[in-house]
Design a protein around this ligand. Sequence first.
Ligand code: MSP
Length: 510
Amino acid sequence: MSKRFLITTAIDYANGSPHIGHAYEKILTDVIARYKRLSDVPVHFVTGLDEHGQKVQMSAEKKGIEPLEICDSLAEEFQSLCQRLNISNDDYIRTTETRHKKVVQTLLQKLFDEGKIYKADYNGYYSVRQEQFVTEKEKVNGQWPKLYGEVNEITESNYFFKLSEHQDWLIDTIRSDASLIYPRFRSADVLNFLKEPLNDLCISRPKERLSWGIELPFDDGFVTYVWFDALVNYITAAGYGTESFEDYWPADYHVIGKDILSPPHAVYWPIMLKALGIPLPKHYLVHGWWLNSGSKMSKSDGDVVNPLDLINTYGADAFRYFVICEMNVGQDSDFSEELFQKRYNSDLANDLGNLVSRLLNMGHRFADGIIPKAEIEEAEEKVVLEHWKSLKSDIFDLYDTFQFHKALEKIFSFIAELNRYTEMRAPWKLAKSEDAKDKLRLATTLATMSEGLRLASILLQPVMPQTAENILNSLGQKSVELFSDHVEWGTQLAGSSYGEKSILFPKKDR
Ligand code: MSP
C-alpha cells in the first residue's frame, strides 16, 4: 500500500459537551481531507477523545458513576456531532481502548528500560482546588490567584521523562524546518518557550490521587498523566507496532489549536518521538480560537456556542460554510449569530440558493426540463468564461495553502458573476422573443448558468459536500470523486435532466 496522507485533529477532552471550537477543528481538517481525496491523494483522517484524567474522575465521583460511563456518553455525543457535520474521518480513537493502552504501556516500558524515564521526588506547590501543581510564575502580586484555592507545598514521588537533553536538537529542528509549523509565526512561541532550560516532564500521578488513567507497566502504584497518554493516540491510530505503521506514519498534518502547540505538541511530542526513534510528524497546522466577545470560548465558560443548535436551525453545510469563511486559518475570529445569519441570508439563501432555484425554475419552463446545449458565444458568455478561468487558476493554490476563506470568497464572487450574467441575459425576456437568435441565446444562457453552477459546486465540495451533491444531482450529475476531468468548462451537461425545483437555503429571520 502506498503511504497514506495521515491527518489528525487533537483529541477532545471528555469533560464536557462539544462546542464551536471542537466543531471548527473537525471541519477544517475535514475540508483538507476531502480536498486531498479529490486531488487523488489517499487520505487517512483520525479524530478522537481524550478520556483519562482528574476532571473526568472528579465528575464521575460527583455523579456516583464510573468514569467510563461519562466517557461513553461523551464519545457518543462527539461522534454524533461528527456525523451531523458530515465529517469524513476514517477512524475515531478513544484513549480507553485496549489498542491505545497497549501502545502507551509498550512505549513507557521501552523508555524506562533505556533509562529515559526515572523516579524522583517532586517538591512543589499543589493547588487542591485545581488538583494540579502550580509554580511561582503563576503568582500575581506575590499571591496565588483565587482560582487555585488553597495552595500547599508538598513532596511527592513521581516518574519523569528526560526532556532537557534534547533541547538543542529541538531548537535546531524547529529553526531549520520552515514548513514544520503553519503559520510560521507560531514557531516563535515555541522558540521563546525553549529559551528557558527545559525541566524534565512529570509523566505520572500516584494512584491514590488519580486512578483514572493508564497504569505504568513498571509500577502499579502510578498511572501515566495527561500528555504522555494523549499524544500517543496519534501513533496508536497509525498502527504502531503493526506492519502497516509505515503506511501511515509520519503524520502529514496534526491540526491543533494554538493553545496546545507549545509545549505539548511542539516540545513534548517531538522529544518523545526522538527518544523512541520514531520520525516526527511532517507538519502542524495551528488554528486560532473562536472567541465570544473577545475571549476564548471554552467549556468552563457558560456562554459557549452549541454547534447543534446552529445546525438544527441552518443545516450542517451552512455551519461548515460559515466557520471556514469567517476564519483566516491561524488567526482568531469572533463568533456572533447575527453575523452567521447575515452570511447565511446573503451568500447562501440569496446568491447561491436563488441562482439554483431560478435555474431549475427556468429549465423546466423554458427548456422542458432538459439542459440545453450552448449555441452561441457572445460578449456576455465570454465574461463568464474569463471569470471561470481566473477562478480555476487561483483556487487550487488557495486550497493548497489553507487559504480557505479566500477560496470561498473567489467561488462566491464567481457565483455573483453568474447572477449578474443571468440578470443581463434576462432569459424570461428571451423566452418571449420570436427572434431566432434570441432562442439560441436562451438555450445558451441556461447552458452557461448550468455549467457555471456545476463547476462552482465541484469547487465547493470540500467545504459543502451535501450542498454540492444536491446541486449536482439537480443537474443530473453525481458528486465527483476526483477534480481532474471534472473542472474543465465544457458541454457535458447538455441532454441531462434538471431536478425538481427546491429551496436549498430557506431565508431565516431572527
Ligand atoms: N485533549 C487535549 C488535546 C490532546 S491532543 C493529543 C485538548 N482537548 S480540548 O477539548 O481542550 O481541545 C481540543 C481542540 O479544540 C484543541 O485543538 C483546542 O485548541 C480546540 N479548541 C478548544 N476551544 C477552542 C476555541 N474556542 N476555538 C477554536 N478551537 C479551540 O486540548
